[in-house]
Design a protein around this ligand. Structure first.
Ligand code: NAD
Ligand code: DAU
Length: 332
């Protein structure tokens, strides 16, 4: 099996590459990544270059994508601009990477008859009220809120159209909020851990009652492999691990696990259009394909993640100053 992993030196993509490297020792992996601010080639350190090859290039580069796809069996497509706050400041790169990038991949897999798994997000469904008894399912209508989630929704709809109109062999997964090693310091959990390490106070948007449904990134990887190997062509699978927590609780837990007073954080400007709650019902993936998450103890997973950031100062430190300078401009 020869697979292309787009976005494979970003957070979830690189965790997936490490996972596949261990789980499928006979697979050849080609990472296609543009090395944007979010990509770091060091994320592949320690992997045998005979098995994992990095091609630095853009998913919008049709000639490059065509050539690579012709020579592989499947594409797992992670590459995207991924941060809501950035999409509110400058939406354009989101249209390019998330929409045109996905279109370019689709045209190549269509031409060469190759398998595609498209990685998407629960944010395409918009948000839920805090007391809504229902969670997102594969049948929830699309209702994205931010430029980021709108472009992800657009990319999903392109994949569905290419399946129906051209018979492309694709599956889609929509996953909830991931946490774990190699996540950029712009995102909630690594931002607060590294703020505390650097002697500053965590920053909570608004009141902090917003709920996210946390899943360890390794559980996301196992779900993707399951869908890639056993998923029904044309189907969508929701990926989640029943990890709903409000942001205030998450920040207080990080402070506690790092030996600080749990109330030592600041309230900062809220995110415009801030989604209130995400929650995933992953029954279909569990019952039809037999998947189950392993990292169900959030506190233990968070503690390991804190330890990883403490041990990998050289990995995150170069990104930290520029990230905080950006947040200072928006009052976040
Ligand atoms: P990330 O920002 O950490 O990494 C994205 C990677 O894609 C980077 O390595 C970047 O260099 C690369 N990239 C961006 N645009 C590219 C382009 N045009 N061509 C080639 N490479 C490009 O993102 P992440 O958090 O790892 O998210 C990966 C995927 O998973 C995204 O599609 C995202 O929408 C989806 N997702 C993320 C989460 C989450 O909690 N982070 C949850 C569900 C789904
Ligand atoms: O739900 C899946 C999505 O999860 C993915 O599609 C996105 O790619 C990923 O970035 C993530 O989106 P969120 O916007 O939920 O993640 P973020 O880490 O930016 O923020 C999580 C919550 O924490 C959100 O309610 C905003 C809040 N927040 C964020 C930051 C950075 C804070 O309170 N303080 C902060 O400093």
């Amino acid at each position: 099996m020869k697979i292309i992993v787009t976005g494979g030196v970003g957070f979830i993509g690189s965790n997936f590459v490490h996972y596949i490297y261990k789980q499928r020792p006979d697979w050849q992996i080609t990472v296609l990544d543009a090395l944007t601010y979010a990509g770091n080639r060091d994320n592949l350190k320690g992997l045998d270059e005979n098995r994992v090859k990095l091609v630095v290039g853009n998913t919008c580069d049709a000639e490059l994508v065509d050539k690579l796809v012709a020579d592989h069996d499947a594409v797992v497509h992670f590459a995207a601009e991924s941060h809501n706050d950035n999409s509110l400041e400058n939406p354009r790169p989101f249209l390019d990477s998330n929409i045109v990038g996905t279109y370019t991949i689709l045209e190549a897999v269509r031409k060469h008859g190759k398998r595609l798994h498209h990685i998407s997000t629960d944010e395409v469904y918009g948000d839920l009220e805090l007391d809504d008894p229902h969670k997102f399912t594969e049948h929830t209508p699309y209702n994205p809120s931010s430029p980021y989630s709108a472009t992800k929704a657009g990319s999903d709809l392109l994949v569905r159209a290419w399946v129906r109109s051209f018979g492309v062999q694709a599956t889609i997964s929509n996953c909830s909020n991931n946490y774990g090693p190699y996540q950029h310091v712009e995102k909630l959990i690594p931002r607060q851990i590294t703020e505390i390490i650097e002697g500053r106070r965590p920053k909570l948007y608004g009141t902090g009652e917003n709920v996210r449904d946390w899943i360890h990134t390794e559980d996301h990887s196992s779900a993707i492999l399951t869908i890639l190997e056993k998923g029904k062509i044309g189907d969508t699978y929701l990926v989640g691990a029943n990890g709903e927590k409000d942001n205030k609780t998450v920040i207080e837990l990080i402070l506690k696990l790092m030996g600080k007073n749990p109330t030592d954080y600041d309230h900062v400007n809220d995110r415009p259009g801030h989604d209130m709650r995400y929650a995933i019902d992953s029954t279909k993936l569990r019952t039809e394909l037999g998947w189950a998450p392993k990292f169900t103890d959030f506190e233990a997973g968070l503690k390991d993640t804190i330890d990883w950031y403490k041990a990998n100062h050289d990995w995150w430190q170069p990104q930290k100053q520029a990230t905080e300078a950006k947040y200072a401009k928006t009052g976040h």
